[in-house]
Write a protein of this length. Structure first.
Length: 255
């Protein structure tokens, strides 16, 4: 049976979801089906800790309300929280684009650098890489200082700014691989890659392909300890569905 991968945007902007979908579809096999989801509630763009935690609930809701079977989930938020919660409630692989991009980069060079949107996103990305045990290979994180939605709306401006920051990462910081540190940057990957002499990794593409590989290998999240199903029967007023639509859920929540 062909695999179905849910790729979930962390914000509620449909145009960003479309960029994410196109990037994921281009990366996976022709027989793999990509379904891109936009949360029904949450921030239009995720640019702060406050918005990141709000978006995590919206992403959970979108996945658990999805009507249809799926074999893996890609959490398409670079440096955002929420991946672990999905792993708690699902029995299929969940791949975060931050970790997927960094793991891929570590196979391509000794060090990598990240170019992201706003400067305030830099600490959050450092924190996620540290939590994942990947910070030691990170040469630096630089921002183009553009809001997420402006990145999506102005690909030429974004590409120019990205190339400038990426060049500084390579020449000044010693990065041997460069990561696109925002899901909305996926649309400028080709232009940026053509301007640089080092590999450029799009986290959405890397995560989608990695998720597809995990499905093919028959592997998923361990439920031994950290990501065991949650005991949420006594949570009151929780907005999520008790069981996840047509997807395979290992845990639910009270209505």
């Amino acid at each position: 049976m062909p695999a179905t991968i849910l790729v979930v945007n962390v914000n509620t902007t449909e145009a960003v979801t479309e960029v994410i979908r196109a990037s994921a579809e281009a990366a996976v096999s022709a027989t793999t089906r990509v379904v891109a989801l936009t949360p029904r509630f949450g921030p239009a763009s995720v640019e702060s800790n406050y918005e990141s935690y709000l978006s995590a609930v919206g992403v959970l809701d979108a996945v658990q309300r999805h009507d249809g079977e799926f074999d893996a989930v890609v959490h398409a938020g670079f440096g955002e929280v929420g991946r672990e919660a999905l792993q708690d409630v699902l029995d299929v692989p969940v791949v975060d684009i931050t970790e997927a991009a960094a793991h891929t980069a570590c196979l391509l060079g000794r060090s990598y650098g990240v170019v992201t949107s706003l400067d305030r996103a830099v600490p959050a990305i450092h924190d996620r890489l540290l939590l994942a045990g990947l910070a030691g290979r990170c040469a630096g994180v630089r921002s183009v200082d553009l809001p997420v939605l402006e990145i999506e709306a102005n690909p030429e401006l974004t590409a120019k700014a990205f190339v400038d920051r990426a060049t500084r990462l390579v020449e000044d910081d010693g990065a041997e691989v460069v990561l696109l540190g925002c899901a909305g940057m996926a649309g400028v990957h080709e232009a940026v890659a053509a301007a640089l002499t080092v590999p450029v990794v799009d986290g959405v593409a890397a995560a989608a392909r990695l998720a597809e590989s995990l499905v093919a290998l028959g592997l998923s999240t361990s439920k031994a300890r950290s990501y065991a199903p949650p005991r949420t029967g006594d949570v009151r007023g929780w907005p999520l569905r008790a069981a996840g639509g047509g997807g395979r859920s290992t845990g639910g929540s009270g209505e």
